[in-house]
Design a protein around this ligand. Sequence first.
Ligand SMILES: C[S@@+](CC[C@H](N)C(=O)[O-])C[C@H]1O[C@@H](n2cnc3c(N)ncnc32)[C@H](O)[C@@H]1O
Length: 238
Amino acid sequence: MAECLYDLFSILGVWNYQWHLGGTVASNCGSPGVTRWVISEMETLDQFLTARGVGSSIEGHTAQCPPESQRIRQLAQSSNAKRLMEIGFNAGHSAHALLNACPEATLVSFDIGEHAYGKIGKEFIDGTYPGRHTLVIGDSRDTIPRSDEEKVDFLFIDGGHALDVACTDIKNCKRLCGPDTVVVMDDVVTDNRAWETDWSRGPTAAWEAARAFGLIKHEGHEEYGLGRGVSWGKYVYE
Ligand SMILES: C[S@@+](CC[C@H](N)C(=O)[O-])C[C@H]1O[C@@H](n2cnc3c(N)ncnc32)[C@H](O)[C@@H]1O
């Protein structure tokens, strides 16, 4: 029932708003005084990307906001995750943070593969964490339902930011999770309207609807700046 209502919301929400997001953005993190990476390994990934000719015009990512990156690492660690999953690999910054935070874990990332630099990020991740990372290329709306991955302990959703994609990702990932899986949704901004952005509206509405329709039990939320916030919780299994 919850999932049917959620589907309906997804359809009506898309009809209502037609948010089409994405593209190349330089995301801001408004936390005062934070200007450096907290995770020093990030410098290595960025250096690697720069050395391979990948400039600063890559899509927004979590390492641009150190407190957010730290929260995601802490949530993954607190879930004792052995199997990590993310939607949205981009250049590999969140993959790097997760694999670094959970040395015993493997990670599967799903990404549509629209950025050529993704291959370079993947090269870095494979070199740094041999045998621990799988990248599934394709639209998550197709690849997640077809995935035969074992159940994961930790899920980070940061793929397509349009409302219909965010809703579909939340709904489809339930099958690959269990009642103890920690689910983190990126770009949720609920508390400070001044921090709402084009790329936060879809994920925010999708998460709020998942809560309202009983698909997700919400456990926590933090906001950091313009378009920057995460919510986390667990799927509800009747
Ligand atoms: C914001 S970036 C992810 C950033 C990454 N999580 C990080 O923090 O380093 C979003 C990524 O989702 C991918 N994406 C967009 N739409 C998608 C879709 N429908 N299915 C899978 N991936 C998608 C984009 O190509 C991009 O690489």
